[in-house]
Design a binder for this molecule. Sequence first.
Ligand SMILES: NC(=O)c1ccc[n+]([C@@H]2O[C@H](COP(=O)([O-])OP(=O)(O)OC[C@H]3O[C@@H](n4cnc5c(N)ncnc54)[C@H](O)[C@@H]3O)[C@@H](O)[C@H]2O)c1
Length: 366
Amino acid sequence: MAAAARTARLAPRLASISRPAVARAGVSSVAQRAAFSVSARRTKSEVIKETEVPVTVYSPDHKGVASSNSDHFSIPVKNGAASAPEAAAEDLDAVTPLQDKVYRQMPRTLQKMSVYGKVIIVTGGARGLGNHMARACAEAGAKAIAIFDANQELGDEAAAELHQKTGLPVSFFKVDVRDGNAINAAVQNVVDLYGAPDVLVNSAGIADSNIKAETYDPAMFRRLIDINLTGSFLMSQSVGRAMMAAGKPGSIILVASMSGSIVNYPQEQSCYNASKAGVIQLGKSLAAEWAKYNIRVNCISPGYMDTALNKVPALDAQKKIWKSLTPQERLGAVDDLNGLCVFLASDASGFMTGSNVIIDGGYTLY
Ligand SMILES: NC(=O)c1ccc[n+]([C@@H]2O[C@H](COP(=O)([O-])OP(=O)(O)OC[C@H]3O[C@@H](n4cnc5c(N)ncnc54)[C@H](O)[C@@H]3O)[C@@H](O)[C@H]2O)c1
């Protein structure tokens, strides 16, 4: 566009914009000095309440090429608190796999944040958080997904659904994470089917709550530790060995809990809390030991999440207390770990190992 025509088009907008914006646009050094002296006169206690916000917008031309043209205008500022943006309706059931064509067009930063071409094992992937992290990995470019879970029916359904929705290779292994031999056989089968795993997301776990320590049945205590802690170890050991044997870098993500760092209130659940503290420390120890193999190990520690694990009538009254103790005043949604999971699985988190990332709506701030 010719300079004269552009100036004519912008004239009405320029007339209405505030001084600092005009100064930035280089319109007049006198105006610039005036704007500076106005702001310099402001005292520290003064509340800034502009009535308009100067804006400069740089847009590509009609061919999508960067241009030196810019638009200057002001937007009015409304008084009063901003109203909360309306939540966009989202189809949580949709799973859209990342197409090769789209991946190739993505900028390098976004490519690194994907899990393009990676083989991913997700335990506890039959339902809940694990299932949604598996879906997220499928959307973020996974080459193949293997779900390990003790629940045959739900596991089969979950794998069939994910395959139908994405067309990706998805398999289900009915594996109890307490069973080292079964895990080894299943991991070897994943290697045979898809190649060595690049990522393990260990989400299988159980929770016993509202049990007083003084009356805790030792057999129940041992069972929970066996699933949550020993299961995390056995899965990491088996997948870690497969990564080492293939000489492949890898990322292991252990789902711990904020209960590994704080004591929940009001429910008494010493065993669960101890198991998750153990998972966090296991993750750190493996991270230190396996850095030499280029295997990273990190923990995700969720706060209260709205999953079947917590959909127990006995917990209804306590949920109100949990929400009131959470700055965001809600439980986490079942897909609220997805972004963090993909990031930790991706090469974008390449320098991150031994971390425990709490994702809890702010619960642990109080
Ligand atoms: N929901 C929460 O509020 C919350 C909070 C913090 C941490 N977590 C942790 O997140 C993980 C997932 O929780 P969720 O809410 O999705 O639970 P969930 O009960 O919905 O899903 C857990 C899955 O793990 C499987 N599983 C259980 N025991 C197993 C075993 N021995 N071997 C193999 N699979 C087994 C189950 O069949 C199920 O599919 C758990 O480790 C849990 O401790 C959950």
